[in-house]
Structures are given as C-alpha cells and as structure tokens.
Design a protein around this ligand. Structure first.
Ligand SMILES: Cc1cc2nc3c(=O)[nH]c(=O)nc-3n(C[C@H](O)[C@H](O)[C@H](O)COP(=O)(O)OP(=O)(O)OC[C@H]3O[C@@H](n4cnc5c(N)ncnc54)[C@H](O)[C@@H]3O)c2cc1C
Length: 484
C-alpha cells in the first residue's frame, strides 16, 4: 500500500530539528506519529477499490491512480472530480488538516496546465515543469510550499544588508545548479514532505535578481535544516482527540548553502517573471479552490461540535443561542455557495483548462479569515465555563469516585461520560495549543488578510460600480436644472 511506502520514504537523511535535537526516525517520533498515521490512511484510499475513485483518478493510459489534485480539468466533470477529492480527504480530517499536499500539488498541476502560457518566461520552463509534474504524480510525492521570507524587520527591504543576507538568495551558480542561502518561514508539513515548492514573495527590483526564484527543493537536500515549532501532538487521545491525530507540524527552513539542481530551478534571476508566474490565474485558481472546499469541512465540523455542546447542556431553547447557531450555518452556506460559484462560473483558459472563478475564491478566502475566529468565539459563548469543568482525564469514571462522576458531570440529554468526551473535543478546538494554532492559521494561511482584502479592491473593475453612481447623479442634476 502506498501509505506504507510513503512512511518508509521519510527516513531519507533529511535534517529535522525538534527541541534541540536532530530527529533520527521521523515516522516513529511521538511528535509526528499520530499525524503520519492519518496521512498514511489517506494515501491508502488511493489503493482501495472502494475509495480510490473518490480520492483520485486513473492516469490516462496507465494503471496508476493519482490523487485528483494532479488532474488537469478540461471538463466540468473533471473539475467536479477535483472538488470531490478535496472534500473527501478534508472530511476524513474534519478540515483540521489543510496541507495534505493537495494544495501544493495543485500549484504544480496549475503551472503544468498553464505551461504553454508560461513558455515565454523561460525556454526551459515547460520541459522542467512537465518532468516534475509527472514525477510528482506518478510517485505520489507529498509537497508543501514555503514562500514567506523570515519576519525580521518588515519595515526594511533588500537595501538593508541584514535583510538581504537573511532572505533566501543565490550565493553562486555552478554547472549543476544554484547554491542558495537564507531562510523561509513557515512550511506546514515540512518534516514529512518530499519536496518544497519555494518562491520569493515580495516584489523585488531588477537589481535584486539573486533573490528572485521559483524552486523545487527536496527535503533531504544537504544543508537544508527543517526547524520545527513546539509539537502540539498529544497522545492522550481521550483528552485531545484532535491533537492526537491532526497536528500538522509547521517549521522554518534554513538553507545553509543548498545546491538546487538546474532541473529544479523553475525560474531564477528575473523578479518580474517570478511575479508573473506567481500571479498565474490558472495555477492560483486550481490551488485556492482546494482551500475553499477544505474550509467547508472545517466549518461544518465546528458547527457540529457547537450544536452538540448546546444540546448537551440544554441551551438550544434560548434565542441568543439559536441566533449564534444560525450564524454558524450562514458561515457554512456562504463558503459552500462560493465554492459552487467558483465551479459553475469556471471558464476555459487559452489552453482549454477549466479555471475556477477566482473572484468567488478570493471572496471566500478573505471572508474566511473572519469566519473561523468568530466560530470559535461562538463555541466559547455557548459552552461557557463548561470547558474547564471537565476532569483532567476520563479515568475518574472508573475509580473510587465513579458514582459521583456519573452524577455530577451528567448533561441535559447525554451521559456524564459522553458529555466529558464532547467537552474535551471542544476544548481541543478552542483552548488547546492546537486550537490556538488553527485560529492563527485561518487568519493568515492565505497571506496577510489586510492585504488580501485590499487586493480584492485593487483588482476589481471599480468603474463598473462607480459608473452607475455618476450616471444617477448626472441625471439628477439635469432634472434639477430642468426643474429650476
Ligand atoms: C499556522 C500557519 C501556517 C502557515 N503555513 C504556511 C505554509 O505552509 N507555507 C507558506 O508559504 N506560508 C505559510 N504560512 C505563512 C503565511 O503565509 C503568512 O503568515 C502570511 O503570509 C502573513 O505573513 P507574516 O506572517 O509574515 O506576517 P507579516 O507580513 O509579518 O505581518 C505582520 C503584521 O504586519 C502587517 N504588515 C506587515 N507588512 C506590511 C505591509 N507591507 N503593508 C501593510 N501591513 C503590513 C500585517 O498586516 C500584519 O498585521 C503559515 C502561517 C501560519 C500562521
């Protein structure tokens, strides 16, 4: 099964740092084991005849089933297949794992799909992206992205030597490739990815050509250090049902003179071309579409927990609680509607690739940054102090105070034990380190939300809205003159 193959592939000499130590055995480390078990199960859905058509598609002319994030959609059915696969994997993790590589794979698929448009950027681009896309698809490569430069001093740019030295840049070119030095901040899934999709983020000037790049970097590249945050994985599954299985590790990447072979240097040396690639609508729409489908699963899950908590403590009859539960349903409705709109308004690009509607997707990603923190707030407002009234473990249900436990933790409509389980799950969403990370994730994963909203304004055909206003005023003033 490919899940096992994936797990076995991870001890490949990569350098992963956690709590001051180099991790020797990635699959067996307690920080990763629960999460990797989840991913292994997802990979196996592509081998199981009962699930493989939901998770993937059969690659034309081959026996191989690949995940549908690799499917280039030319028809509505193929776009729907992508959406179904994103929804299927998301549902298995309740939307709590968002970087299962289907996002980064979609970026690669998008660049491959748009290769003829992008040919003008570099004569070798088309050949390189085709070879890599096929390799990733046929070997089930797990991918993640890292594009943000380290947060050192955001008021400075590359004119400041301190910044220029720390942002990822080329230190020399060799016959075999380019040697890069510097850091990238936050690559989710980094310790257990196969390759990183790396690109520069800011708009650089042409003099800063050494900082402009789009690269594919293997996780086991010599000189690459993967520096993990504190693990939130908690093996007491009864206490932390989400943290036990779904802690997607985030890490910072240090490139200590890493050689990137030429065939993995997709673009380099021209900031404008890098920006053109990063702004490619086909690739962005295919990748961001995954974000929106995944988000629906998460909002449905949080709403399910909120409903269950409200029922468990008998507060569903109160008007303000009903209003808040209704608000959660409107969140789901909005994101679902935008996902559907992005699919029904999809249009073919010049190569015939069916591209989901980016305006709908941008709207979902922007409004989504506000929905999740609000959903968590609602959960807190409904559960109140109940979240901290739960006992430290469920063991007390089987010890000397068992009878008292059953009596005093009882819920409105459920047993004490079930209620405690439910509140522990809810606490994992709202109060655990994993829960806090998720709130931050939904605010920021799509980039700085402030600039996200601003870009939606800046990219909009503003005249289409202002023209009717000026027209109305013109007619009004004409009528005013007539009346006078
Ligand atoms: C949990 C998590 C996982 C992530 N995973 C990934 C990943 O897998 N891959 C990846 O590439 N990225 C990932 N990200 C990074 C994410 O893309 C960034 O957090 C996001 O782009 C914002 O950048 P920043 O965090 O550097 O914030 P900053 O840009 O440093 O912003 C900090 C504050 O300063 C303000 N600010 C900074 N600069 C400006 C400016 N020029 N104009 C106006 N306001 C400004 C912002 O509005 C914000 O309030 C992840 C982030 C999180 C939180």
């Amino acid at each position: 099964m490919r899940g096992e193959r994936y797990i076995r592939s991870l001890n490949d000499g990569r350098t992963v740092w956690l709590e001051g130590k180099r991790v020797e055995n990635i699959p067996e480390h307690p920080a990763f084991k629960g999460t990797l078990t989840t991913i292994r199960g997802l990979f196996d859905t592509l081998d199981d005849p009962d699930t493989r058509d939901r998770a993937g598609y059969r690659v034309e002319g081959r026996e191989h089933y690949a995940h549908s994030s690799f499917l280039v959609p030319y028809t509505r059915e193929q776009l729907a297949q992508r959406s179904r696969s994103f929804a299927y994997w998301s549902a298995q993790t309740h939307g709590m794992m968002s970087r299962l590589s289907d996002y980064a794979r979609s970026v690669v698929t998008g660049w491959y799909a748009a290769r003829s448009q992008l040919r003008s950027l570099d004569p070798h681009f088309e050949h390189k992206i085709t070879a890599y896309y096929e390799q990733a698809r046929d070997n089930d490569l797990f991918l993640t992205t890292a594009i943000i430069d380290p947060q050192i001093d955001r008021s400075r740019n590359l004119d400041d030597k301190r910044i220029a030295e720390r942002f990822l840049h080329v230190v020399r070119e060799t016959e075999d490739g380019i040697v890069v030095r510097g850091a990238k901040m936050i690559a989710t899934g980094a310790p257990y990815t196969h390759d990183f999709v790396i690109s520069s983020f800011l708009k650089f000037e042409s003099k800063d050509r050494g900082h402009a790049h789009v690269l594919i970097v293997p996780a086991n590249s010599p000189g690459l250090h993967i520096v993990c945050r504190e693990p939130f994985a908690d093996h007491r599954e009864q206490n932390h049902p989400l943290s036990a299985k779904f802690d997607e590790m985030d890490a910072v990447l240090f490139f200590d003179d890493v050689l990137v072979p030429w065939e993995r240097v997709l673009l380099y040396g021209d900031p404008d071309k890098v920006l053109t690639l990063r702004a490619n609508k086909t690739a962005n729409a295919l990748a961001y579409h995954q974000n929106v489908v995944r988000y629906t699963a998460k909002l449905e899950f949080v709403t399910g927990v909120a409903f269950a908590v409200a029922e468990a403590i008998g507060v569903t009859g109160f008007l303000h609680v009903q209003e808040k539960l209704g608000e959660l349903l409107t969140q789901i409705g909005v994101i679902q509607a935008l996902a559907i709109a992005s699919e029904t308004k999809a249009k073919p690009d010049e190569a015939g690739v069916l591209v989901p509607d980016l305006a709908s997707i941008d709207t979902a990603r922007n409004i989504g940054t506000k929905f999740y923190p609000r959903a968590i707030e609602i959960l807190q407002q409904i559960g109140g102090g109940g979240f901290v009234q739960t006992p430290s473990g469920v063991e007390d249900f089987y010890g000397p105070i068992s009878e008292l436990m059953h009596r005093y933790f009882e819920g409105a409509s459920i047993s004490a034990e079930k209620k405690v389980q439910l509140f522990k799950l809810a606490w994992d969403l709202i109060g655990s380190p994993l829960g806090a990370r998720h709130e931050l994730y939904e605010r920021f994963y799509a980039g700085d939300p402030v600039r996200g909203y601003a870009n939606q304004y800046l990219g909009f055909d503003r005249q289409s809205l202002t023209e009717p206003v000026w027209k109305l005023l013109k007619e009004t003033s004409k009528r005013g003159t007539t009346l006078a």
